[in-house]
Design a protein around this ligand. Sequence first.
Ligand SMILES: Cc1cc2nc3c(=O)[nH]c(=O)nc-3n(C[C@H](O)[C@H](O)[C@H](O)COP(=O)(O)O)c2cc1C
Length: 210
Amino acid sequence: MKAIVLNASLRKAWNTARLLKSAAEGAKSAGAEVEYIDLYDLDFTGCRSCMLCKRKDVERCHCYWKDDLAPVIDRIFHADELLIGTPIYLGRPTSRYFALMERLHFCSLSYDDYSNYFIGKINVGLFVSMNATKEFYDSLYKDKFEGYAKELEMLNGRVCLYPCYDTLQVSDYSRFNMGSFDESRKKLSREKNFPEDLKNAYQIGRDLLN
Ligand SMILES: Cc1cc2nc3c(=O)[nH]c(=O)nc-3n(C[C@H](O)[C@H](O)[C@H](O)COP(=O)(O)O)c2cc1C
């Protein structure tokens, strides 16, 4: 069994990365071979509209643009589990997340009839970390992120969306102009909830391999 873990946050040791690392441990505990990739370390763009993936008689579900992402896309399509994480930036996933999705989705989409070329099955865990509280997420972001999770159904497996609310964005708020945040409330929420989030991420990484 193979699990691919993709971090679409550029911070390698903060909230999103920690959730993903915990999910990766869960996948390992279920016997998976895990590959962990920080997407911001790779050199790639979104779809270049080269149309090579739409040529007649070529291999499907393969991105022909030669850069760091193309081999990762191949490995995603051959994995059993995809664990992907993004922070919320201005109400959306990060630009790296979108660049990846353009490439992954487009090369598996038929332009003959808009069907899905991909016939395998990959279960997906989508981890989303944010400043927002659950209440804010539910009223403003939930529908949108359920839409991003739905897009991942193109991989024909189960998709588990995990929102991680009210994260700590910096370790010392007093050094920044971040007056809209109450540091002590944030820290309390972190202490109370983040260990549970990590446990849940572990379980998701493990369960999605069954
Ligand atoms: C450019 C930028 C935009 C952000 N926009 C939002 C936002 O719209 N909503 C939100 O809840 N959090 C927002 N955040 C906060 C992050 O989503 C949050 O701190 C997240 O947990 C960071 O993940 P990381 O620790 O993996 O980098 C933003 C952070 C940055 C840097």
